[in-house]
Write a protein that binds this ligand. Structure first.
Ligand SMILES: CC(C)(COP(=O)(O)OP(=O)(O)OC[C@H]1O[C@@H](n2cnc3c(N)ncnc32)[C@H](O)[C@@H]1OP(=O)(O)O)[C@@H](O)C(=O)NCCC(=O)NCCS
Length: 324
């Protein structure tokens, strides 16, 4: 058995922050941001009504409805988030209550930064393949806006808030294949310290370290090298041709990274859908938000072969080959 996506949901906060809005409080401009990243706007959540858990629940409820399932039949909920509003219990527990799953439904979270949703998807797949779950809800929800230094133009322009979710059902058919990789040694270029370390409160630079910190050039180099490579390795390991893939659904971090991947793989850019223009980088929520949009627009159809790939802090990166 393998996990087939039978339902999708997503949520983007109402408030939009354009590049021009950003230019009001940091030294930047629309042209610079668009040329370097492809982003024109991002959504910023309301701190009370659209916090991470609320966004996660909204996307999850929508995915369950889209799947047309009875929530009592959900065996497992796996939620990816690096920016939850609760340290514990896990975000998945809050989602359990919101969707109306029973106490027979297991819940846990995955903290794997931007590739978190893909990691959660792979955990779900493994539960399904081993026969330990038949119906799994996989959620990605992030509120990077809470963790940004809004005076640092090198990073605050990149991110947006949002959530996405999918329901996976045990089905016959092509197995979902994946590769996951990590390099902690190279991970210093993308980092955020937990603010709750009382003994470090007075340490110089500590407060800044509790926001997203990044060496943009290093992360860029890592992404344009490793993403094409892991996709090529995936096709070699599982013996399929990249020409037979209908769509490459990549983490929406930077349009130039996606364009570079298309170029290196010699696959037309039309096969690399993007919505980063108006979402920014929503971290682990980016792939399910994009998938929901593709399904709603009729571009993503049942039976299509997809490669998903994501990358981020860790450094971690992964790639999957699935049939939708
Ligand atoms: C962040 C990123 C857009 C910066 O683009 P870049 O071309 O590498 O730009 P640099 O950081 O080298 O900066 C170039 C110049 O632009 C300036 N600059 C940086 N941010 C700017 C901004 N928002 N507006 C205007 N100028 C800016 C820099 O200060 C620098 O000026 P200098 O040459 O006078 O020193 C790019 O490196 C990137 O997208 N990296 C990947 C990040 C990512 O995806 N992270 C998440 C992974 S999940």
């Amino acid at each position: 058995m393998t996990g087939r996506i039978i339902g999708l949901g997503s949520f983007l906060p109402e408030k939009i922050l354009t590049n021009d809005d950003l230019a009001q409080f940091v030294e930047t401009n629309d042209e610079w941001i668009r040329e370097r990243t492809g982003i024109t706007q991002r959504h910023i959540s309301d701190p009370v009504n659209e916090k991470t858990s609320i966004m996660a629940c909204k996307a999850a409820v929508m995915a369950v409805k889209d799947a047309g399932i009875d929530p009592h039949d959900i065996d497992l909920i796996v939620t990816a988030s690096t920016t939850p509003d609760l340290v514990f219990p896990s975000l998945s527990c809050t989602v359990q209550e919101a969707v109306g799953a029973t106490e027979e439904c297991g819940c846990f979270d995955v903290n794997s930064a931007c590739p978190g949703w893909v990691a959660a998807f792979n955990a779900a797949e493994s539960f399904i393949e081993s026969g330990n779950a038949g119906l799994v809800l996989v959620v990605g929800a992030e509120c990077p806006s809470n963790f940004l230094d809004w005076t640092d133009r090198g990073i605050c322009i990149l991110f947006g808030d949002g959530a996405g979710a999918a329901v996976l059902k045990a089905s016959d058919g092509k197995r979902n294949e994946f590769i996951m990789r990590t390099s902690c040694i190279r991970g210093r270029c993308l980092r955020c310290e937990n603010a709750r370390q009382p003994y470090r409160r007075d340490e110089e630079g500590f407060e800044k370290a509790t926001t997203f910190n990044m060496n943009g050039r290093e992360v860029f180099r890592f992404a344009v090298t490793e993403v094409p490579k892991i996709i090529t390795d995936l096709s070699a390991k599982y013996n399929f041709s990249l020409d037979d893939v209908d769509m490459f659904v990549l983490h929406q971090a930077n349009a130039r990274i996606i364009e570079a991947t298309s170029k290196k793989l010699k696959i037309p850019i039309e096969k690399f859908p993007m919505n980063i223009q108006y979402t920014g980088n929503t971290s682990s929520a980016s792939i399910p938000i994009l998938m929901k949009e593709l399904k709603d627009s009729g571009r993503l159809k049942s039976g299509m072969k997809l490669v998903m790939a994501s990358f981020g802090a860790g450094l971690t990166w992964d790639a999957n080959y699935i049939e939708f």
